[in-house]
Design a protein around this ligand. Structure first.
Ligand SMILES: NC(=O)c1ccc[n+]([C@@H]2O[C@H](COP(=O)([O-])OP(=O)(O)OC[C@H]3O[C@@H](n4cnc5c(N)ncnc54)[C@H](O)[C@@H]3O)[C@@H](O)[C@H]2O)c1
Length: 338
């Protein structure tokens, strides 16, 4: 079965391509390499022994998207990762984000709705919940006003898919709301490749660990949490990748309960920034240079998933621990710096 993975050379996309190929799917990747490298293909081949088909082009080119779907009439599903994801950049350049994250989504759905059947998986985010009123966060928690244009693209993206599914019963879609994906493949053949200064905690920690960054700033230790630092639900990228295969198989087997579904993907366990640092120090045997600084605008205090729906309805569960994730992130960082 042939599956299109957009953004398949990126962090989560590449791990998902590996899991799809391991399950026997034939994968076609579209990526414009705006936040990835063609070398990622070698990592995928090293793990799976198979080279996915790769087409390098920018999905904002609607003609190329249309032409692609004409040439690949035998697609059984689409997993749509391609997007821009830097929150700060989205504030500086909102139109880039609306074009890349929403314009492209519309083009994909326009092509899928031309077919007699379409299966679509969308990369959404726990950012849609903002600071949720109750924890852990269920899928029924209200969507809060977005803190950034990036966050808004995930909210509006979900609405676009929901509205489209409503009038296209032959289309089936699932939005997966990721909590905080971290780590790398245990083979250390693929992992996260942040360009420039990492925006996320874990790559910042590992880059500080190898000496690429001098010091990690911990934004605030006076939050109403046990140790005063913010709490997130860190999920190993391989667990997350496997959830995409399970979601796709759900659609292919027509086990979905409606033609648009939403699932949280997290571990259900919240970890504070200081706990993540401790985990890093434990698995790396390194002391991390960090200092506590003022709070940062826009940070929610705590967010972790209620995983019951993913566990019981989707039939998927995260297995890796925070230490497993941190160990793989550290192994990967050391490999790429050598
Ligand atoms: N990483 C996270 O923390 C996180 C959390 C929640 C949701 N998400 C979402 O998951 C998805 C994947 O995230 P990721 O961390 O793997 O990001 P990533 O940047 O590593 O991967 C995205 C890939 O899409 C490609 N791409 C971007 N725009 C494109 C375009 N116009 N045409 C073709 N290719 C294009 C990039 O080159 C990159 O390879 C994104 O939609 C992101 O918003 C990520």
């Amino acid at each position: 079965m042939k599956i299109l993975v957009t953004g398949g050379l990126g962090f989560i996309g590449s791990h998902t391509v590996v899991e799809l190929q391991n399950e026997g799917f034939e994968v076609v990747i579209i990526d414009n390499l705006s936040n990835s490298s063609e070398n990622v293909l070698d990592g995928i081949v090293a793990i799976t022994g198979k080279k996915p088909i790769f087409e390098k082009f920018d999905l904002r080119d609607k003609n190329k998207v249309q032409d692609f779907f004409k040439r690949h009439g035998d697609l059984e599903g689409v997993i749509h990762f391609a997007a821009s994801k830097a929150v700060g950049e989205s504030v500086e350049n909102p139109l880039l984000y609306y074009e890349n994250n929403l314009g492209v989504l519309v083009y994909m759905l326009q092509e899928l709705t031309k077919l007699d059947k379409g299966n679509f998986i969308f990369s959404s985010s726990c950012t849609v919940y903002g600071q949720a009123d109750t924890l852990p966060i269920t899928e029924d928690a209200p969507v809060k006003p977005a803190e950034s244009p990036y966050g808004n693209t995930k909210q509006v993206g979900e609405e676009i898919i929901s509205d489209t599914c409503h009038v296209n019963p032959q289309l089936a879609a699932i939005s997966l709301r990721y909590f905080n994906p971290i780590g790398a493949h245990p083979s250390v053949e693929i992992g996260e490749l942040p360009i420039g200064v990492p925006q996320n905690l874990v790559p910042f920690i590992t880059q500080t660990g190898v000496g690429l960054r001098e010091q990690l700033s911990v934004f605030g230790d006076d939050y109403p949490t046990e140790d005063g630092t913010c709490i997130r639900d860190y999920i190993h990228v391989v667990d997350l990748a496997k959830a995409h295969v399970v979601a796709l198989q759900r659609l292919l087997a027509k086990k979905n309960q409606s033609n648009y579904e939403v699932f949280n993907l997290g571990t259900g366990k919240g970890s504070s920034v200081l706990e993540v640092i401790q985990s890093f120090e434990k698995v790396s045997n390194e002391k991390l240079n960090y200092k506590i600084v003022d709070r940062r605008a826009g940070d929610v205090i705590q967010a972790y998933a209620d995983t019951k729906k993913a566990n019981n309805v989707l039939g998927w569960k995260a297995h890796s621990t925070l230490d497993d994730s941190m160990k793989s992130a550290w192994d990967w960082e050391q490999k790429i710096r050598n």
